[in-house]
Design a protein around this ligand. Structure first.
Ligand SMILES: [Zn+2]
Length: 91
């Protein structure tokens, strides 16, 4: 009987060690995944985030509809917003 209990305790220790290892590797993996994810976001969204002056949405300069005025560049989320803004400025 004592022998069985000893084996049972040994098994418990082994399982504990395995679980600890699994959790350790999982933590490391999730950390590296997080790093990879953030770097992916950085590479896919290039350029600056600029505010659409018409509707207030932030758009990436690469994806935005760009319009030059006399002294500055304007970025809009869509041609519709650009037209509305230009019409409002004229009147
Ligand atoms: Zn807009």
């Amino acid at each position: 009987m004592l022998f069985r209990i000893l084996i049972f305790l040994l098994l418990l220790l082994v399982v504990r060690a395995l679980i600890a290892r699994l959790f350790g590797t999982r933590r490391k993996a999730s950390r590296s995944r997080f790093r990879g994810g953030s770097s992916r976001v950085r590479t896919t969204v290039r350029g600056q985030m600029v505010k659409d002056p018409q509707c207030g949405i932030y758009v990436a300069t690469d994806l935005a509809v760009r319009t030059r005025t006399k002294d500055m560049n304007l970025y809009f989320c869509s041609e519709e917003c650009r037209d509305k803004f230009l019409q409002g400025g004229r009147s």
